[in-house]
Write a protein that binds this ligand. Structure first.
Ligand SMILES: O=C(CO)COP(=O)(O)O
Ligand SMILES: [Zn+2]
Length: 215
């Protein structure tokens, strides 16, 4: 199979797996992933992650023109902002429950939403930024991501859901799952005096696994 055929299959399989586990629902969420030649495969607007058709994914050329497949997600400006500001091979956006719940709470720190509870949370995400509320499809979301100057791979849109960029679609999905799970742990243990990883433990993860950990 060609790289493009493989990637089409992989996007649909990963999306279905996340849908089947309730990580996003209805027609929410979108995925984009870059081919070796710079073209982008993108989930169509209004599509359901449980029933994506590899042949109908939207296709963009390396210059950003829509050249095939169904009409793309309305969140293209959001996705494009990650490709333009970071070394990014894929972007995943979901409406997952726990990450969204955290974005509603008054004592969530917008600059560092998730405490360092687990090693994998730190390793896969670095610090997670909360962005303000935007209407779905508002290109201003893209501007907000550009304002991060490529320093964050994971953000949560307030009252909406998380967005994660990764080196490829598998890495972006795995990081996304870590985000949702860490948000769940954060909510489960809130107000219970949960211990977090300490500076030395985080430094060790940063040095060993090349984690981006912006101070
Ligand atoms: O999650 C979504 C909007 O934020 C879904 O939009 P699309 O169906 O256009 O991808
Ligand atoms: Zn959305």
């Amino acid at each position: 199979m060609s790289h493009e055929a493989d990637l089409r299959e992989q996007i649909c399989l990963l999306a279905k797996s996340m849908f089947d586990r309730g990580l996003t629902m209805g027609s929410s969420g979108n995925i984009s992933a870059r081919l070796d030649d710079g073209r982008l495969l993108v989930t169509p607007t209004g599509s359901c992650f449980g029933r994506l058709d590899p042949a109908r994914l939207s296709l963009f050329d390396a210059g950003g023109a829509h050249i095939g497949g169904d009409k793309p997600t309305k969140e293209m400006p959001l996705h494009q902002a990650f490709y333009d500001t970071r070394a990014t091979g894929a972007v995943v956006h979901l409406h997952s429950c726990h990450a969204t719940a955290l974005s509603l709470l008054p004592d969530t720190d917008p600059d560092d939403m998730l405490p360092p509870l687990t090693a994998y949370g730190v390793m896969k995400l670095g610090k997670v930024k909360m962005l303000p509320y935007f209407m779905p499809g508002d290109p201003a979301m893209g501007e907000a991501v550009r304002g991060l100057a490529g320093k964050r791979s994971a953000v949560v849109l307030a009252h909406h859901g998380p967005v994660v960029a990764g080196k490829d679609v598998e890495a972006a999905c795995y990081a996304m799952e870590e985000l949702e799970e860490t948000a769940k742990l954060t909510l489960m243990t809130r107000g219970m005096g949960a211990r977090t990883l300490g500076d030395a433990q985080i430094r060790q993860l940063v040095q060993t696994f090349g984690v981006e950990w912006e101070d």
